[in-house]
Design a binder for this molecule. Structure first.
Ligand code: SAM
Length: 159
C-alpha cells in the first residue's frame, strides 16, 4: 500500500456531517468521503475547490500545500497529526484556523479495502476547522477530545 493511502476512520467523517468536496481521495474507495472527489489522477491541488471541504492530505512535505489551500479556501475541516511545533502548523494552522479539536487517544486509520488497521496511527491527531461554521461543528460533533477555539480572523474564499 502506498504510504498516502491511510483513510479517515468512517466514524470521524460521520460525526462531522456532509462535505461537498474531498480534494485528495483514493481512486478506489470503500465509501464516499464527500459529494465530489478529486484523486491523484486529477491532482486535486490544480482543481477548483468549492463548498465545504474535507481534507486528510497526503503525508510529508506535501501536506503543507494542501493545508495552505484549505486555509485560503476558508471553509472545511482538515485532519492531520498534532505536530503543533512544526513550521507547517505555525504557518497554516495556528495563524489561520478557526478552531481545533485535539482527539482523545490515537486513531486507527483504514486501508483502501475498508478494513481498519490493527495498529493505531502512532501519533495523536487533530481536527482543524477553517471558518466559523466548521468551528461550531467541531465544538458540537461529539468526538472525544479537547476543543480549542482560535482568535484567527478567517479570510473567506480563494476560488
Ligand atoms: C491520507 S489519504 C486520505 C484519503 C481520504 N481523503 C480520507 O480522508 O480518507 C490521502 C489521499 O490523497 C490521495 N492523493 C495523493 N496525491 C494526490 C493528488 N495530487 N491529488 C488528489 N489526491 C491525491 C492519495 O491517493 C490518498 O488517497
Amino acid at each position: 500500500m502506498k504510504n498516502d493511502e491511510w483513510l479517515t476512520p468512517p466514524h470521524v467523517l460521520k460525526a462531522l456531517g456532509a462535505f461537498d468536496l474531498d480534494p485528495c481521495a483514493p481512486i478506489k474507495r470503500p465509501w464516499e468521503m464527500a459529494a465530489q472527489h478529486y484523486t491523484a489522477q486529477d491532482n486535486g491541488l490544480q482543481q477548483p475547490w468549492s463548498g465545504r471541504v474535507w481534507l486528510n492530505p497526503p503525508y510529508g512535505a506535501e501536506a503543507a500545500k494542501w493545508l495552505a489551500r484549505l486555509a485560503a479556501h476558508g471553509a472545511g475541516v482538515a485532519l492531520i497529526f498534532a505536530r503543533t511545533e512544526t513550521e507547517m502548523f505555525f504557518e497554516h494552522v495556528w495563524s489561520k484556523a478557526s478552531a481545533l479539536l485535539f482527539l482523545k487517544g490515537r486513531l486507527h486509520f483504514h486501508f483502501v479495502d475498508g478494513t481498519r488497521a490493527p495498529a493505531n496511527g502512532g501519533a495523536p491527531s487533530v481536527l482543524i476547522a477553517y471558518g466559523a461554521a466548521d468551528a461550531e461543528i467541531l465544538k458540537s460533533c461529539g468526538l472525544l477530545g479537547a476543543y480549542v477555539p482560535l482568535a484567527t480572523q478567517q479570510t473567506q474564499g480563494d476560488d
